[in-house]
Design a protein around this ligand. Structure first.
Ligand code: 3HC
Length: 660
């Protein structure tokens, strides 16, 4: 290696000259975001390279574990400062000397756009690459929608950009997003590649012709992306920009992209999604856990292999853990194994894993009895929600596992403090409340019980995060954050029906607002019998002056438990949700019995009332100290209950006065 001369272009950007290659390092903690200072430094470095004869090529890399984490989200909402990112990106692509991206870590949003403008891309094996802008309610604003399709084709670009999906290096390489992968830090390889490229014609992404594609494949990708977007504006706008990439010049495409980016950046949806972004970061900061290290977990025991247990087991296998699934007898064990293997088969079908991945996962799985849990570092119980069953199980478990094993219950409604009290070390128990299907749903409520030790809570959070989940910490109350708000939502939805709204009108209003499913469709999907059993339990202690709706009780008495019995609030001939005259008659009879003259309820009233009760219950949870912050409540409702992320969550809507 020749002389090393450090040059500083801005606070965040410095470079050294290595054998005629200017190695530019972006050092802008925490994630090397493309702030105003970073942009001006990077542009200065590229311009410097262009004018210095001693420099034959440039390498751009990031300090720390990120390449560039994208535009600086904290700058959004403020006037743009020159130079803007597209100007920097253009200077890179147009450089007469080769520019190589040494992608040492995450290259996201504007970070990937910088890399796409480089003439060659080498990534370290732990990097991830993606254009997640739609998750912030915007489209890529520095060429992503125009350059990525030139590398991967329109269909693939639509799939990635409209979902904001990031890819690991193996996929990025096979798609042609990057040119090379190296183990560890890619900087040295990039210097060698840059030197080689200095004597060759440059491959400028923006000048590439679009790959030839089957129009039907494009249409399918577009349809899929649009149907997933629900009411979110950004994915549809991104799809439009990508589709037109082939029809216009690069300059025209970039101009339209930029205009769309600026328009969306100031939209209500983008503001709400920025709230969600920062809410997720805030949720990771748990009071009382500062400096607390989680325990090491390698082996996870999962008790119960029903729908929930098998989903948790698959999540744990996907995350690389050894998993011991516990069942009562050989028959149940066999069924559990089949369920887990079936979920892995589906993952193969959808292309998420391959046959070797399935085989490797199954090697890490064993099925046994409670006695086999002596080697587990964490045990998650996911058996039938019955206090006697659970306390008896934990009493037994307590004597089998090591003293430092963390115990977790997946109970939805029972008191985890009562379960902890059945053990000799209640401080080692926390709640890990997964949502079904557990291998898909991102939310996990991590329940801090009365005696949970900080290290135990930290372990629950760390494992949830490694499973790729979003852990939200909460205290103990019936239903925790999510189900308690959901109960209030259910109650109000039923009030609305008694007042005169039809379930199908309520569902339509909420789906139009952006919910994946309206409340009555959800009740039918989840089944009506659990809530019915709870109501019967509570009947003796219920305040008789409280408004009580009997419609659901009548439906249950008729054996209408929802989709699984073919009818509930709706009927399901051929599996299709249909308004059922029999349910309508039940509703009318219940209204009549109370002497209620039904009135027309507008969709605005439906949405307003349902959002208001969610926020009111959220306020109560905050006042009781069950939820730490309002934004945690928003995250629970978005990630566990289908609240549209682009609306920001019920607490955000209430705070910003965004009710219809
Ligand atoms: N701008 C400003 N701050 C950012 C940021 C960004 N792009 N990305 C992360 N941060 C901040 C976080 O708020 C957090 O701050 P805090 O410590 O004060 O809470 C800190 O950086 C660390 O973030 P994480 O906890 O998320 O760190 P991880 O190490 O877990 O993850 C990451 C790193 C993968 C880069 C992750 O932060 C991430 O996904 N960031 C967002 C990426 C993104 O959405 N980029 C697109 C931006 S929009 C864009 O680029 C527009 C362009 O097209 C013009």
């Amino acid at each position: 290696m020749g002389e090393v001369t450090p040059i500083r272009f801005s606070e965040a950007v410095s470079a050294s000259l290595e054998d005629g290659v200017l190695v530019v390092t972006i050092d802008n903690p925490p994630v090397n975001a493309a702030s105003a200072d970073m942009r001006s430094g990077l542009l200065a470095a590229i311009r410097h390279a262009g004018t210095e004869d001693a420099i034959s090529a440039v390498v751009i890399t990031g300090a720390g574990k990120t390449f560039v984490g994208g535009a600086d989200i904290k700058e959004f909402g403020q006037p743009a400062t020159e130079p803007i990112l597209p100007e920097v990106v253009e200077a890179i692509e147009k450089s007469s000397k080769p520019v190589v991206a040494a992608i040492n870590g995450a290259a996201l949003g504007g970070g990937l756009e910088i890399a796409l403008a480089c003439h060659h891309r080498i990534a370290g094996d732990r990097a991830i690459l993606g254009l997640p802008e739609v998750k912030l309610g915007i489209v890529p604003g520095a060429g992503g929608t125009q350059r990525l399709p030139r590398l991967v084709g329109i269909a693939k670009a639509v799939e990635l950009i409209a979902a904001g999906r990031s890819v690991a290096v193996s996929e990025a390489l096979s798609l042609g997003i990057i040119d090379q992968v190296v183990a560890g830090n890619p900087a040295a390889g990039a210097v060698a590649a840059a030197r080689d490229l200095a004597s060759q014609p440059l491959r400028r992404t923006g000048e590439l012709a679009l790959p030839v594609e089957d129009p039907q494949v494009i249409d399918e990708a577009v349809d899929k992306a649009l149907s997933r977007a629900r009411r979110g504006a950004a994915p549809a706008e991104a799809v439009q920009l990508i589709r037109r990439a082939g029809e216009r010049s690069l300059a025209e495409g970039l101009a339209e992209e930029r205009a769309t980016f600026l328009r969306l950046r100031d939209s209500d949806q983008a503001k709400a999604l920025r709230h969600v972004f920062f809410a997720e970061r805030a949720a990771a900061k748990v009071p009382g856990l500062e400096g607390v290290e989680p325990r090491t977990v390698r082996t996870i025991g999962v008790i119960g292999s029903g729908l929930m247990g098998s989903g948790i087991a698959v999540s744990a296998l996907n995350a690389g853990y050894r998993v011991i699934v516990v069942e009562q007898d050989a028959e149940a064990a066999e069924k559990g194994f089949d369920r887990i293997a079936g979920l892995l088969d589906r993952a193969i079908k959808s292309g998420r894993i391959d046959a070797a991945g399935r085989a490797e996962r199954l090697l890490r799985l064993s099925i046994g009895s409670v006695q086999d849990l002596s080697t587990a570092d964490l045990v998650i119980e996911a058996v039938f929600d019955d206090l006697d069953v659970k306390t008896e199980l934990f009493e037994k478990l307590d004597k089998i596992v090591r003293p430092d094993t963390v115990l977790a219950t997946n109970t939805s409604y029972l008191d985890p403090d009562a379960i902890a009290a059945a053990t000799s070390r209640p401080e080692r128990l926390c709640g890990l409340h997964f949502f079904s299907p557990a291998h898909v749903m991102r939310l996990v409520e991590v329940v801090r019980c009365g005696k949970t030790a900080p290290e135990v809570l930290a372990t629950g959070i760390a494992v949830a995060r490694r499973l790729g989940k979003l852990p939200v910490v909460c205290g103990v109350c019936e239903g925790f954050i999510g189900n308690r708000i959901f109960s209030a939502y259910r109650r109000e939805a039923e009030f609305l029906v008694e007042d005169g709204a039809w379930p199908q009108e309520i569902d339509a209003a909420m789906e139009d607002y952006g919910f994946a499913m309206g409340p009555f469709a959800v009740f039918d999907l989840a089944g009506l019998e659990i809530a019915w059993a709870r109501r019967k339990r509570q009947a003796a202690t219920r305040n008789p002056s409280e408004r009580y709706i009997e419609i659901a009780d009548r439906l249950c008495e008729m054996g209408r438990f929802g989709q699984k019995t073919g009818s509930g609030w709706y009927a399901y001939p051929d599996g299709k949700r249909t308004v059922d005259p029999e349910a309508t008659a039940v509703i009318e009879a219940c209204r009549k019995a109370k002497g209620i003259a039904p009135r027309r309820v507008s969709s605005d009233e439906i949405v307003s009332r349902l959002l208001a009760v969610m926020a009111a219950e959220g306020d109560a949870l905050l006042a009781e100290g069950i939820a730490e912050r309002a934004s945690d409540v928003d995250l629970v409702m978005i990630n566990g209950y289908g609240f549209p992320a682009h609306k920001g969550g019920p607490m955000y809507v209430a705070k910003e006065g965004l009710h219809p």
